[in-house]
Design a protein. Sequence first.
Length: 405
Amino acid sequence: IRKSEVKIKGTAYQSDDVTNVTPRILSKIGKNLHTVKHHPLGLIKRRIENYFYTHFTNRVGNPLFAIFDRLDPVVTIHQNFDSLLTPEDHVSRSPKDTYYVNRDLLLRAHTSAHQEEIIKMGCDAFLAVGDVYRRDQIDATHYPVFHQCEIVRLFTEGEVFSRVKDPTGLRIFDEGDRRSHDKQEMHTLEAAKLVEFDLKKCLLGLTLQLFGKDVEYRWVDAYFPFTHPSWELEIFHGGDWLEVLGCGIMEQKLLNNAGAMSKIGWAAGLGLERLAMKLYAIPDIRLFWSEEEAFQKQFRVDNPETPITFKPLSVYAPCLNDISFWVPSNFSSNDFYDLVRTVGGDLVEQVDLVDEFTHPKHQRTSHCYRLVYRHMDRTLTQAEANEIHSSIGQKAIENLGVEIR
Ligand code: PHE
């Protein structure tokens, strides 16, 4: 590739004097951690989806919220800033804060970048989940790539007042004043209040589903260029107030530009890492990118609602033991993996099939596995590892019908 090009997922972009994406950043694009089933971010995403699937269905029982989770992180300046009414001189536009592919394109800094295009498609209720990019220092809680979930819901006039006994004469639009605490100039107070109520009910319900119904919470006034009024929802967790999400009633100008001038709506954005770190006690944001079996295996649960408390990766030395056996014809490696987990428990960090062959004469198949044993809080002795290893062999003979070589 030429030096004046930036290649992202097979597409070549012309670079220029604004380009500031690095190979390290580009290497993260396409990883889509939020779509990895047993990744902590994938688990959180599934919990959010489950909340919306179970609580919000349309007239015929189908999910009300559409989910977009594969939108291209390369977006235009219009998508990331202009469509969201970001002031021309806002700091977030600076290449100091944002990764530019070139002077026209950048790596989205938030999933709000997709609000306008999805509304233009005619979608009135949706989630948009994806990786977002911000230039920042790297420490335990900051990483230049993280993941967000955008939530948007629009209402017609009829929908806003659908629960009012006699809605005659009730309108969502009016000519009035913007009021700092409750409404935009073109909204009636009653419409703004009903939409605020719906937003708070929906987002609080989600938060209580994630953190438990007894968690302490508070709504704090906030500011975003694309919502008014705006709030942040905070919960009391681990002795501190934690910001869970930002939200607000969408600026009507944004909806008008997107072709939804007859509707009123709310929007919210959640950071997935922040939630996952608290929910699973993950101490360092870099761990989300870990390819270590010792990290990944702690999130291998079938039901995403299963409570998980992360145990930090051990720094103590591992013990490696191999095991080779003849396998019966109906044998599956997954059976052995299950057995290893049952017998060896948390002392087994990793199991790999390192060799497999079929004997030319008697046609029997042999498997060789390498097991890595490691204790989380102390050095495991080889004698201890040997003891577990031999009971795994014993159980494999008894339960799986293998023959040790
Ligand atoms: N995009 C905002 C952020 O990244 C969050 C947000 C989304 C706020 C939608 C309001 C409405 O901080």
